[in-house]
Write a protein that binds this ligand. Structure first.
Ligand SMILES: [Zn+2]
Ligand SMILES: [Zn+2]
Ligand SMILES: [Zn+2]
Ligand SMILES: [Zn+2]
Length: 346
């Protein structure tokens, strides 16, 4: 009921204000237009409507207020309360205040929550491990409570000891608080290098896969690994030579097939040198290199003598291989270089 009346009053106030605003706006427009000596606008209709709406709205407002006041006086009262009855709260039980409006007799009861009456009892000053604490005591029931305030004090550091750098940590300054004994570690500089033992083979290389070698720090157990190149598919050893009276050089080499496959061809190229390591040239062709291909089969695991003729220079003393290529029966071709394989020569 009260709500309906409130809405009704609000709508009437809006209608009243709206009609008044329209009327005022039209009067202003008329004044401006007549001032500019132009045709007068027709005002009759809006004025009549406003003249009806405004008093009607006013009437509705007044009637609504009278009806509201008579049907629900407490909702329309400005209330002037006086205390009828009062019970104060204590430390554990709540209290109340009972009031009555002297205009409309409306009664209300307010609750008072339980409360302590605190006084400051003592103070524990802040340290570097705890905040300042204020001890409060209730004058009524002796309950105590601690209130923490402010910040911790700073530690007062003194250097306790120094630990020299190792391979696992830098130099360390161990500081200790002279008040609470807390310690802190401050690192300074960098670690010292590890003391490695020898490289040891941890995984043997094969002709197919790289191996691995490992070395360990003797101080801290840190270890590091390094790859070992694949084992060469062939090993070349026992290189020897002979020179005949025409200066014709015959070189003999032993070749071992380290793979488990059959080699079809072995191709070698080498450069020739004299006893003081100068490059020498074939006296017929003028070339310093010689390249030959031997046809197999060279079976897995077997050793074969490879003989080379056809280089003429009586000062020959050494041949250094510059190219090694093998071709297997299955068509696979491998160029053997010291960047990719170990144990090419023995
Ligand atoms: Zn009242
Ligand atoms: Zn208390
Ligand atoms: Zn401290
Ligand atoms: Zn170490």
């Amino acid at each position: 009921m009260t709500q309906t009346l409130t809405i009704l009053i609000a709508l009437s106030v809006l209608a009243l204000m709206g009609s008044m605003a329209i009327l005022v706006a039209l009067l202003i427009m008329k004044a401006i237009k007549s001032f500019m000596k132009k045709e007068t606008i027709k005002l009759k209709k809006p004025i009549v409507i406003s003249a009806i709406v405004a008093p009607c709205s006013l009437f509705v407002i007044i009637v609504s207020m009278i009806v509201g006041q008579s049907t629900d006086p407490t909702a329309w009262c400005a209330h002037e309360y006086t205390v009828l009855e009062q019970q104060d709260a204590n430390c554990t039980n709540s209290g109340y205040i009972k009031k009555m409006c002297s205009l409309c007799n409306n009664e209300i009861t307010e609750t008072i929550e339980p409360y302590h009456i605190w006084i400051e009892d003592s103070v524990i000053e802040a340290t570097c491990t705890s905040q300042k604490q204020i001890k409060k005591k209730c004058t009524r029931c002796e309950t105590t409570e601690y209130e923490k305030v402010g910040d911790l004090l700073n530690h007062s550091w003194i250097e306790d000891r120094v630990i020299e750098a190792t391979c696992s940590h830098p130099k360390q300054h161990i500081n200790k608080c002279s008040m609470c004994g807390t310690t802190e570690t401050i690192e300074d500089g960098s670690t010292i290098p590890h003391s490695f033992g020898d490289w040891l083979v941890s995984i043997d290389p094969t002709t197919e896969k790289e191996g691995q070698q490992t070395r360990k720090c003797t101080v801290c157990d840190y270890s590091e690994n390094k790859a070992i190149l694949k084992k060469s598919p062939i090993t070349i050893f026992d290189q020897s030579y002979s020179i005949d009276f025409l200066g014709g050089v015959e070189i003999t080499r032993k070749i071992k097939n380290n793979t488990d496959k059959v080699i079809k061809y072995i191709t070698l190229e080498w450069k020739c040198y004299n006893a003081v390591d100068d490059v020498i040239y074939d006296k017929f062709t003028g070339k310093s290199t010689q390249k030959l291909r031997w046809t197999g089969p060279f079976d897995s695991g077997t050793t074969t003598n490879l003989t080379a003729n056809g280089f003429y220079n009586s000062t020959f003393s050494n041949a250094i291989l510059t190219e090694i290529q093998i071709e297997f029966m299955d068509g696979q071709i491998i160029n053997i270089t010291s960047e990719e394989y170990t144990e090419i020569f023995k």
